[in-house]
Design a protein around this ligand. Structure first.
Ligand code: EPZ
Length: 421
C-alpha cells in the first residue's frame, strides 16, 4: 500500500491551479446516461473516483473517450442497467446512476451502498423521491431493483417532494430523474451546494428545463429527451480550501488559480478570523500568513454554511493554533476519524458527542499515521506539513480519490513530500 512521507516545517510559497470538482464531475458523468448524443466535458480531474465512475459507465455500454482532462461520453448504446456491489462498494457515489437509468431506460438494479468510515449514509431519501415520481422500487439481496415499466409511457411522473434532510447526491439523483419525467417536479429542501448548481447548468445545456438550482426549491419541467452538450466542470472548492489551509498553517504565501471565491465564503471568513490574509482577485485567491494563527470555532452545515468536507482540515489547523476551539460536525455521525491520528502527532483534542474540543499546542511531532477517509487523510497531510521531523501517512489511496496530483502540487509549493510503496 502506498504511503506519503512528509518533512515538516517548510512554509509553502508559489502558485497552483485548482482542478475541476470531484463532486461536480461524478453526477455530471452519470448524467451522460440521460443523453441520446455525446456529452463532452473538460476539467475532469484525474482521480480514482472519476476512474471508477468511467469504468462503471463503460461496463453499462457508454462509449467513453478520455484525453487528459477532456472526457467524451456517448450513451447511445447502453445495454446494462446495473451497478454491482463490487463497483458500489468502492465508491458510494455510484448511486448516482440510479436516477438517470430509471429516467431514460425505465429500469435499474443498483447495489445498496454499504456503510462508510464517516457514517451510515443511507440512501432512503433517494428512494422515497423516486417512489414519489411513481417508480416501483424493491430492495432485495442488497440491491435496489427499480422500474417504471408499469407507468404510462413507462415514464416517471413529475411530483412535489420535500426532502426530510438536505442531501447533495439525493438532490442530484432526483434532479436527473425528473429531467425526463412527464410533468413538473418540485424538490423542496434541496441541497444548495455549488456542485448541485453545476449539474443543473450542464443538464440545462443538454435540454433540461431546471429552475432554482442553488436554492432550496428546484423546479424541473420534464422533457421528452436530452442531448449531449459541452460543459466545463466547476472548480473544486474543497481542494482549493485544503491548499488555503496549508498556506495558512505553514506560514507561507500561496496563490491559487482557477478558483471561484464566492463558493468559499464560509471558509475564507474562518481563515481571516484565524488571522490569515486572504486576497481575492478575479479567479485567483492568495493566502498569506506568518503561521501564528488563532483558534477558530467550526460548526458544519449544508451550503452556504461551513462545509463538512473542510472540517478535518480546520481541525488540523486548530491543533496548532493559539487557544481553544470547538469543532462541531452536524452532517455525519462519525466524521472524527482523524482525531486519533492527529493525537498521535501530539494534538490535544477531546471529543464530546459531535463536538471536538481542540487545545492548540506549540508544536506537533512527526509520526506514522493512517488515513481512514478522504478528508481525514487531507488533515494528516496538513499536520505533517507543520509537524517537526518526518510524518509517514499510510493507506493514501484515500487521498488519491479526491486530490489530483497532490505530491506535484505540494512540491511545486516547496513542500518536501514523496510517495513510497
Ligand atoms: C456528498 O455526499 C459529498 N459526496 C460528500 O463529499 C459530502 O461530504 C456530502 O455530500 C455533504 O456535503 C459527493 O457529492 C459525491 P448527503 P452525500 O446525502 O450526498 C444523510 C467528499 O469528501 N442522508 O448530503 O452522500 C446522510 O447520512 C465526500 O468529497 C440520509 O439520511 O451526502 C448524511 O448524514 C464525503 N438519507 C446527510 O444526510 C439519504 O437518503 C448528508 O448526506 C441521504 C442522505
Amino acid at each position: 500500500m502506498d504511503k506519503l512521507i512528509i518533512e515538516g516545517g517548510i512554509p509553502l510559497h508559489g502558485e497552483i491551479t485548482v482542478s475541476g470538482a470531484k463532486n461536480a464531475a461524478l453526477p455530471i458523468l452519470c448524467a451522460s446516461l440521460l443523453a441520446e448524443t455525446p456529452l463532452e466535458l473538460t476539467s475532469v480531474a484525474a482521480l480514482k473516483d472519476i476512474d471508477t465512475t468511467l469504468k462503471l459507465l463503460d461496463i453499462m455500454g457508454v462509449k467513453v473517450t478520455r484525453d487528459a482532462d477532456k472526457v467524451k461520453l456517448d450513451a447511445s448504446e447502453v445495454g446494462s442497467f446495473e451497478a454491482t456491489y463490487e463497483m458500489v462498494k468502492t465508491m458510494r457515489a455510484s448511486i448516482l446512476v440510479l436516477g438517470p437509468l430509471l429516467a431514460r431506460f425505465g429500469s435499474a438494479r443498483v447495489s445498496l451502498p454499504g456503510g462508510c468510515a464517516i457514517g451510515s449514509r443511507p440512501v432512503d431519501l433517494h428512494i422515497k423521491g423516486l417512489q414519489a415520481m411513481g417508480a416501483a422500487i424493491h430492495i432485495t439481496h442488497g440491491y435496489i431493483q427499480a422500474s417504471t415499466l408499469h407507468l404510462p409511457n413507462r415514464r416517471l411522473q413529475g411530483a412535489r417532494y420535500y426532502m426530510d434532510m438536505v442531501t447533495v447526491t439525493g438532490t442530484e439523483n432526483l434532479m436527473m430523474a425528473a429531467a425526463l419525467a412527464s410533468g413538473t417536479t418540485i424538490l423542496e429542501n434541496a441541497a444548495k451546494e455549488p456542485e448541485v448548481f453545476d449539474l443543473a447548468v450542464c443538464l440545462n445545456k443538454m435540454g433540461a428545463k431546471i429552475k432554482g438550482a442553488g436554492t432550496d426549491v428546484i423546479t424541473i419541467e420534464g422533457v421528452e429527451k436530452l442531448n449531449g452538450a459541452s460543459h466545463n466542470i466547476v472548480c473544486d472548492r474543497i481542494e482549493a480550501g485544503t491548499y488555503m489551509v496549508a498556506a495558512a498553517m505553514t506560514g507561507g504565501e500561496v496563490k491559487l488559480n482557477n478558483v471561484q471565491a464566492d463558493l468559499l465564503d464560509a471558509v475564507i471568513d474562518k481563515l481571516r478570523e484565524a488571522g490569515a490574509e486572504v486576497t481575492i482577485d478575479g479567479e485567483t485567491i492568495t493566502v498569506k500568513s506568518d503561521g501564528k494563527l488563532n483558534a477558530v470555532n467550526i460548526r458544519t452545515a449544508p451550503h452556504p454554511a461551513f462545509p463538512t468536507d473542510m472540517q478535518a482540515q480546520f481541525m488540523a489547523m486548530n491543533a496548532m493554533a493559539e487557544g481553544v476551539s470547538k469543532v462541531t460536525e452536524t452532517i455525519f455521525e462519525n466524521r472524527f476519524m482523524h482525531v486519533q491520528e492527529l493525537q498521535r502527532l501530539g494534538a490535544d483534542i477531546s471529543i464530546d458527542g459531535n463536538t471536538a474540543l481542540v487545545q492548540g499546542v506549540s508544536h506537533l511531532d512527526g509520526a506514522t499515521v493512517m488515513a481512514t477517509d478522504l478528508r481525514a487523510s487531507a488533515s494528516l497531510v496538513l499536520a505533517g506539513l507543520v509537524a517537526r521531523g518526518e510524518t509517514v501517512i499510510e493507506r493514501i489511496y484515500h487521498l488519491d480519490r479526491g486530490y489530483e496530483f497532490l505530491e506535484a502540487k505540494l512540491t511545486a509549493l516547496g513542500a518536501k513530500v514523496k510517495r513510497a510503496h
